[in-house]
Design a binder for this molecule. Structure first.
Ligand code: MTE
Length: 319
C-alpha cells in the first residue's frame, strides 16, 4: 500500500473530515470482515478448548429434522471459539471472551410492523412456541470458511404465522441488541448499530429458515447469538442475526448492516454463490473449520431447493 507523507499531499487531495471518518469506518470493518478471506487463516488458532462461559440450559429437543446434512459436524469448541460478533470485537476470538458480559434474561422480542397481531414475546415463551428441532446445517461465511453445526430451533414461519402479516408485508427486518455497557465493540462506530438484517417474505417463510435458540442440544452460547438468532443456510453467514430483539414486517427492502456499510461488497440477497466473487476474493472454494484442504463451494451452499425463489433473477446483479 502506498502511503504519502503529509508534505506530498496537495490540498485538493485532502478528504473532507466526514468522508475521511466514514472511509476509516469502512476500511476498519470491511478489512475485518475480509481478514480471513485474504489471509486464509482459518482454524488452527483456536483459543484453548473448553467452555469459557457459564453452563447453559439443556433444550428439550424432540424433532430430528429431515433438512439435516449427514456431513461430519464441527465440534462445539471449534464453533464457539471462532466467531463474528462485531459488538464484541472485530477479531474471531473476542466474542468468546467478551460476549459473556451480555445479559440474556430477561429478554423480550418485539414482533410488529405490517401484521394483524403484533406481539412482544418473552424469550421463554418464544422457546416453547413449537417443538424444538435439531437441524444440522452447513454454514458458509462470506470470508471463505464454513462449519457444520447442529442448531436447535424451529422454522421462522411458525412465528410469522402467529402474528399474521398483512398483504403490505414484503420484507422482514431483524434488529439486534445494542447495549454499549456490555458490548465493547459497539462503543466504536464500526457498523451502523444495531446490527440489522433483512429477508424477502418468501425467504423468511421458507421452511429452511430457522429461528434458532440453541446448538448441540443446549441454549446458544452468547458468542453464537444467545438467546435467539436466525440461521439461513443458503446465504452467507452475515445474513443471520445474533441476539435478536425486534422483528419488523415492512413494505420495502430494509437497510441491512453490511449492505449499508459496503454495498458493492455485500448485497442484500447474499446467497452463497461460487460463481460471483467478492470484489476482493474468490468465492469458489471454502475451508471447513479444522480442515487443511479447501473444498468447492456449492451453489446455494448445496441447498438447491431454494433455487425456485430466485427464478428469473440475475444473481450477478442481485448478489
Ligand atoms: N449478528 C450480530 N448481531 N453481530 C454480528 O457481528 N456477524 C455475522 C452473523 N451475525 C454478526 C451477527 C457474521 S459476519 C457471521 S459469519 C455470523 O454471525 C457468524 O456466526 P457464528 O459466530 O455463530 O459462526
Amino acid at each position: 500500500m502506498l502511503i504519502k507523507k503529509p508534505s506530498d499531499i496537495r490540498s485538493s487531495e485532502i478528504t473532507p473530515k466526514k468522508v475521511c471518518f466514514d472511509r476509516r469506518k469502512f476500511l476498519g470493518g470491511a478489512a475485518a470482515l475480509g481478514a480471513a478471506a485474504l489471509t486464509g487463516r482459518v482454524g488452527g488458532e483456536l483459543l484453548a478448548p473448553g467452555r469459557v462461559w457459564a453452563d447453559v440450559a439443556k433444550l428439550n429437543v424432540t424433532v430430528k429434522s429431515p433438512f439435516s446434512t449427514t456431513e461430519k459436524m464441527n465440534s462445539l469448541d471449534e464453533v464457539t471459539h471462532y466467531n463474528n460478533y462485531y459488538e464484541f470485537g472485530t477479531d474471531k476470538y473476542s466474542p468468546a471472551k467478551y460476549a459473556q458480559a451480555l445479559r440474556t434474561r430477561p429478554w423480550k422480542v418485539v414482533v410488529d410492523g405490517e401484521v394483524l397481531k403484533p406481539k412482544t414475546f418473552d424469550i421463554d415463551d418464544l422457546l416453547k412456541l413449537a417443538p424444538m428441532e435439531e437441524r444440522i446445517y452447513r454454514h458458509r461465511c462470506v470470508e471463505g470458511w464454513s462449519i457444520v453445526v447442529p442448531w436447535n430451533g424451529y422454522s421462522l414461519s411458525t412465528l410469522i404465522n402467529v402474528v399474521q402479516p398483512t398483504s403490505k408485508a414484503k420484507y422482514v427486518q431483524f434488529l439486534t441488541a445494542l447495549d454499549k455497557e456490555s458490548m465493547i465493540g459497539a462503543r466504536e462506530p464500526i457498523l451502523d448499530w444495531p446490527y440489522s438484517e433483512g429477508l424477502r417474505m418468501d425467504e423468511a417463510m421458507y421452511p429452511l429458515t430457522l429461528l434458532c435458540f440453541g446448538m448441540y442440544g443446549e441454549e446458544l452460547p452468547k458468542q453464537n447469538g444467545a438467546p435467539v438468532r436466525t440461521v439461513i443456510p443458503w446465504k452467507y453467514g452475515f445474513k443471520c442475526c445474533k441476539s435478536i430483539v425486534h422483528i419488523r414486517f415492512v413494505s420495502s427492502q430494509p437497510p441491512t448492516a453490511w449492505n449499508t456499510y459496503a454495498p458493492n461488497e455485500y448485497g442484500f440477497y447474499s446467497n452463497v454463490n461460487p460463481n460471483v466473487d467478492h470484489p476482493r476474493w474468490s468465492q469458489a472454494t471454502e475451508r471447513r473449520l479444522g480442515d487443511f484442504f479447501k473444498r468447492k463451494t456449492l451453489m446455494f451452499n448445496g441447498y438447491d431447493q431454494v433455487a425456485s425463489l430466485y427464478s428469473g433473477m440475475d444473481l450477478r446483479k442481485y448478489y
